[in-house]
Design a protein around this ligand. Structure first.
Ligand code: BGC
Length: 796
């Protein structure tokens, strides 16, 4: 396989929805699934177009509960561009025989091509090529072409184009029992031959508009005799062309998408109408788009020479999806990092803690993008403060699932598709999301040295989250330690103990230790501010000296549970029953969702030592060993290398990897202990969406952005040992020979660097240009590097 092209051969209706997700075209402002142009939502196809940050709430009655859900809204479909023979139906893979079919996603250029040959029931064949892109140069525009060759018949070829406003959210089977119609006031119009559909989201009242312009040609000569019409929801047009065998009919379509949250417009319909009328032709738009992608790829360059099969292709596909989901255009969208990409209806387009896995890739290449995305959280600090207050706590309590306004969007009931039963969902108790947000703010500052961000935004969030956790920690006299009760850790199977499965668990080691980490960081963050700014922040937050000394006390007296020489995931984990893993593997094969399997059997996963994903091991992912040891030492829990090794083994044997994040964290935890197993997890993370379809679970409902970015991050940071602290850029490669030679571009402190890593060591080159020298340390040797300089650290 060419590493820059992701190809799907043949037509496989059963895999079509997954391919649609993987063949999405997007630019961070909007994304459109790779559906057949003109397909209507059904069993095998699900066209979907989404604008970043466009959410809407709908309510449903389930049992005795009213469920309110906020979802990222599926918008009018701009894709329909189809052909028909004589008076027949539009040709589709469903009503024709598919003689040839392949899809090709060109990652370098950001263009999706579908080639196909269809034979209708009368044996008449057409050969066609359809291309599309979502412009990376002009974020409101998309381009599409269709070229149809008539093969063995003569008659009339009808070419159709449309904007389809009869859409709803129906991409996830499990949610289909709940409402999905988000658009009201849908209106379709035709003006100057261009098609337009405008609509309003029913509750959030965002206005959205999609306009398209289509031009066609017959054997190269323009055809202008279009007939157009509208119905209640859609605008359509067609041309009829007398053709004979060998004739080629082509169409070129440009779409413009706008919404009322956009800056710099009067109103969306006018904006899309103006944009589409004035847009350049397909070729020019595509050239600008390809140039914009080439600029992105230069900044995100991460090459591996001679890696094992498929690694480089997977890294590129994953970075491609990352940049389609968040891009420089994200700065104006006030949208966060959607867990399932900008095209996935899974988890209703909500924002979780997944940015924790995504930001390191962005910050080391395009720090301004991370900064913009962090502001999504800063703007929702008031909502987090309100949530804390309502929970009787100080500070800020960020929601586990976040959408438009930062309130908690987690569902309270969930449906187990295996049993058909609804049960209580207490995963919202994952208070650790606040720790992740504070961590990402601190990490951004460490990587970039952006103290202005810290002073203007970061320190406030860090302090408020620290306050919340200090409030959550209760003093336990018996232990003379502080404890945190009633939470859920990253392993969201354990939402409580078996007798109270929704009440949360006590002393989740990850939460307690990261809270301790945060208390230290909050104090450091305050110390880093200039006096005037610290004084203002302390005054406006009413932060008292006693709070700071209480944080300090917590860094010495927080409780962390242990059993049998390992860190306990939470208090009492070891008392839960052991699962008969062999039995479940033999019985069910895929046991990633043991929670659902056990519930369908009338059992409860909370009764077992079964973890959905890495939980304790997240500590190894987020904290360098030295820092973790120091934290634990200060708490009075000295941590030996043997405890770490035993802890990794213990949970590895009890984790079913029900989340794709798990592979990233396990690879990280094992990188130094067992490089071969780490590589196995790296492969899993990299291929979690595009790998074997039987192993990729719910990709059809949206790619898994954190695993995609996290896989690339394993290569860039984990195996190279890249970290920064105290203004020193550090490397410490444990580079697996199987990965070949790495060459990657990084941005650090205003410089562009090229790092080359292999088993023989590291070479770092700083681009010529302005900027202060940087301090780099590798294999215990420190160097100052000026712009234009290069240095090699040999591994022996
Ligand atoms: C995982 C979470 C993750 C979410 C969104 C869940 O399955 O357990 O850790 O944040 O998916 O990706």
């Amino acid at each position: 396989m060419n590493d820059w092209v992701h190809r799907f051969g043949g037509y496989d209706p059963a895999d079509e929805r997954r391919r649609e997700a993987l063949c999405t075209v997007g630019n961070g402002y909007f994304a459109t699934r790779g559906a057949w142009a003109g397909a209507v939502a059904g069993e095998h196809h699900y066209p979907g177009t989404y604008l970043a940050g466009y959410y809407n709430r709908l309510a449903d009655q389930v049992n005795d509960h009213v469920l309110e859900n906020e979802s990222l809204v599926n918008l009018p479909d701009w894709l329909p561009l189809t052909a028909a023979i004589d008076d027949g139906d539009w040709l589709t893979p469903e009503n024709c025989e598919v003689v040839e079919h392949d899809q090709e996603l060109d990652l370098l250029r950001g263009v999706l091509t579908r080639r196909f040959r269809l034979r209708d029931p009368h044996g008449r064949e057409v050969q066609a090529v359809e291309r599309r892109f979502a412009s990376m140069a002009e974020p409101h525009l998309a381009g599409q072409t269709l070229a149809v060759t008539v093969l063995n018949w003569e008659g009339r070829l009808r070419l159709g184009t449309a904007v389809n406003g009869a859409v709803r959210n129906a991409g996830v089977e499990r949610y289909r029992k709940l409402s999905g119609r988000h658009l009201t006031d849908v209106s379709a119009t035709v003006a100057d031959g261009n098609l337009m559909v405008a609509a309003t989201t029913s509750q959030s009242r965002h206005r959205v508009a999609v306009a398209t312009r289509t031009v066609a040609a017959h054997n190269g000569s323009p055809i202008t005799e279009w007939t157009s019409w509208t119905d209640a929801t859609s605008a359509c047009a067609e041309v009829v062309v007398p053709v004979r065998s060998g004739d080629v009919v082509t169409a070129e379509k440009v779409a413009a998408l706008y919404g009322s949250r956009d800056p710099g417009i009067s109103e969306p319909l006018l904006a899309s109408r103006t944009a589409v009328a004035n847009a350049r032709g397909f070729d020019q738009l595509r050239d600008a788009h390809v140039l914009a992608w080439s600029h992105l790829w230069r900044q995100f360059s991460l090459d591996l020479e001679e890696p094992f099969d498929g690694t480089l292709a997977a890294v590129r596909l994953n970075l491609f999806h990352l940049l389609q989901s968040v891009s420089p255009y994200s700065a104006d969208t006030d949208a966060g990092v959607p867990a399932r990409g900008l095209h996935g209806e899974a988890y209703r387009g909500h924002i979780f803690w997944d940015e924790l896995f995504v930001f390191p890739v962005l910050t080391l290449r395009m720090p301004a993008l991370t900064r913009a995305l962090l502001l999504y959280r800063y703007r929702r600090l008031p909502a987090a403060r309100l949530a804390a207050r309502l929970a009787g706590c100080p500070g800020a309590m960020y929601p586990w699932q976040s959408g438009s306004d930062g309130r908690e969007e987690s569902q309270r009931l969930h449906l187990n598709p295996l049993s058909g039963r609804w049960s209580e969902d207490a995963t919202f108790r994952q208070r650790h999301v606040g720790l992740a947000i504070a961590y990402t703010m601190w990490q951004y500052v460490e990587l970039t040295g952006d103290l202005a961000f810290l002073g203007d935004y970061g320190a406030e969030v860090i302090v408020e989250v620290a306050r919340f956790f200090a409030g959550l920690a209760e003093y336990d006299q018996g232990r003379d330690r502080y404890v945190i009760r009633g939470v859920v850790g990253p392993d969201e199977f354990h939402t409580g103990y078996p007798d109270q499965p929704a009440a949360g668990i006590d002393n989740n080691a990850y939460t307690n230790v990261m809270a301790v980490w945060l208390f230290g960081v909050a104090a450091k963050a305050l110390a880093l501010l200039p006096d005037w700014q610290r004084t203002q922040l302390v005054e406006s937050l009413g932060l008292r000296a006693e709070e700071l000394s209480h944080w300090d006390q917590l860094t010495r007296r927080m409780y962390v549970p242990f059993h049998d020489g390992v860190i306990s995931q939470f208090e009492g984990y070891e008392q839960l029953s052991e699962l008969d893993w062999e039995h479940y593997r033999a019985e069910y094969g895929d046991i990633r969702r043991l929670d659902r399997i056990l519930e369908a059997e009338g059992q409860d996963v909370t009764a077992y030592q079964v973890s959905k994903q890495a939980d304790v091991l997240m500590l190894l992912y987020l904290l360098p060993r030295r820092e973790l040891r120091e934290l634990m030492e200060r708490l009075g829990y000295p941590l030996t290398a043997e405890t770490i090794r035993a802890t990794v083994e213990y949970y590895l044997a009890r984790t079913c990897h029900g989340s794709s994040l798990s592979a990233v964290v396990h690879a990280w935890g094992l990188a130094m202990l067992d490089p071969d197993r780490a590589l196995g997890f790296l492969e899993q993370a990299l291929h979690s969406d595009a790998g074997d379809p039987s192993q990729t679970g719910t990709t059809a409902e949206g790619i898994h952005l954190a695993a995609m970015a996290g896989g690339a991050d394993l290569i860039q940071r984990c195996f190279t040992g890249l970290s920064t602290s105290n203004d020193v850029l550090r490397f410490g490669p444990h580079w697996p020979g199987k990965l070949g030679t790495l060459r990657m571009v990084l941005r650090y402190r205003g410089h562009r660097l090229v790092a080359e890593v292999s088993t023989s060591g590291l070479t770092l080159t700083v681009d010529p240009g302005p900027g202060a020298p940087i301090t780099v340390r590798c294999f215990g040797r420190t160097r100052q590097l000026k712009a234009g300089e290069s240095h090699t650290w040999p591994s022996s």
